[in-house]
Ligand binder design. Structure first.
Ligand SMILES: [Zn+2]
Length: 91
């Protein structure tokens, strides 16, 4: 009795990317924090410190928030954004 088993289809659980490329500093250091349901998602770049918040609906993915951010960034123009990113320097 040599019954051949059908090939098992493996379900590969791919982890979604949680860190994105920052459009300002081009570092892969942009993190998106999502609320549990509806609420406010936060986008923070660990490299240059840019931060933004978006109202999101339930089921919104990190990449969606990232897209919102990049859209806003390119729509607003690069110059305005960078001025907001000012670290508190004591002189
Ligand atoms: Zn950055």
């Amino acid at each position: 009795m040599g019954r051949r088993r059908r090939r098992v289809i493996r379900i590969v659980k791919k982890k979604l990317p949680t860190v994105f490329t920052c459009p300002i500093c081009n570092e892969d250091a942009m993190k998106v924090t999502l609320p549990k349901a509806e609420g406010v998602a936060t986008v923070v770049c660990a490299a240059c410190g840019v931060k933004d918040q978006f109202d999101v609906l339930r089921g919104t993915q990190m990449v969606d928030v990232y897209c919102k951010f990049t859209d806003k960034f390119y729509a607003a123009g690069k110059t305005q954004f960078t001025t907001e990113v000012s670290s508190s320097q004591t002189g």
